[in-house]
Design a protein. Structure first.
Lengths: 113, 111
């Protein structure tokens, strides 16, 4: 089945220690997104790739970076995690336009100690 | 910035009762989508509405898009325990713009 896969499912990192979350997709979608979701809140868009074009949301901290080496893979790098960065990180894809339906991965729950 | 208001924040119902959540925008929307997120899970796409006055049904779920394309609702008839979760609307003003998410409505079944 075509899908969006995130690894790992759970990630624990230390305060200030860089961490990378990964996402892969077999849907061949041109748009990939990274969302941050904290408890009882809506997903918050961090950035997206439209094909190879990177688009950062205005309020996304510089601490968050992303890479998309090819259509199938996308990475979220948190350079110096703080306690406030503990959250669920959701990767999503969509085909076509920016307002097309989203296909989410299972998410990576990040804990910062 | 643009906002989509979703109410209520929580709804407690007895199993078998109906559930409704509403989303409203001050701006005309291009389309609106609905997602369901089970506890501990990820959002799952349910449906997309694009036409003025559109009504779509999925079994016990009824989705409506207002005539002015500024509001939408999701109604669940005779809730079941499998309906538990948070329902989000996500709307766009234009195909070149990102989705704007509502705050979500959490459906809780009373024991």
């Amino acid at each position: 089945d075509a899908m969006v896969i995130q690894n790992p499912r759970y990630q624990v990192t230390q305060f200030g220690k860089p961490v990378t979350l990964s996402c892969s997709q077999t849907l061949n979608h041109n748009v990939m997104y990274w969302y941050q979701q904290k408890s009882s809140q809506a997903p918050k868009l961090l950035f997206h790739y439209y094909d190879k074009d990177f688009n950062n949301e205005a309020d996304t901290p510089d601490n968050f970076q992303s890479r998309r080496p090819n259509t199938s893979f996308c990475f979220l790098d948190i350079r110096s995690p703080g306690l406030g960065d503990a959250a669920m990180y959701l990767c999503a894809t969509s085909g076509g336009r920016l307002n097309s339906p989203l296909h989410f991965g299972n998410g990576t729950r990040l804990t910062v100690t | 910035g643009q906002q989509v208001m979703q109410i209520p924040q929580y709804q407690h119902v007895q199993e078998g009762e109906d559930f409704t959540t509403y989303c409203n925008s001050s701006t005309t929307l291009s389309n609106i989508q609905w997602y369901k997120q089970r506890p501990g899970g990820h959002p799952v796409f349910l449906i997309q509405l694009v036409k003025s006055g559109e009504v779509k049904k999925q079994k016990r779920l009824t989705f409506q898009f207002g005539e002015a394309k500024k509001n939408s609702s999701l109604h669940i008839t005779a809730t079941q325990t499998t309906d538990v979760g948070t329902y989000f609307c996500a709307a766009s003003m234009d195909s070149n713009y990102q989705l704007i998410w509502g705050a979500g409505t959490k459906l809780i079944i009373k024991p």
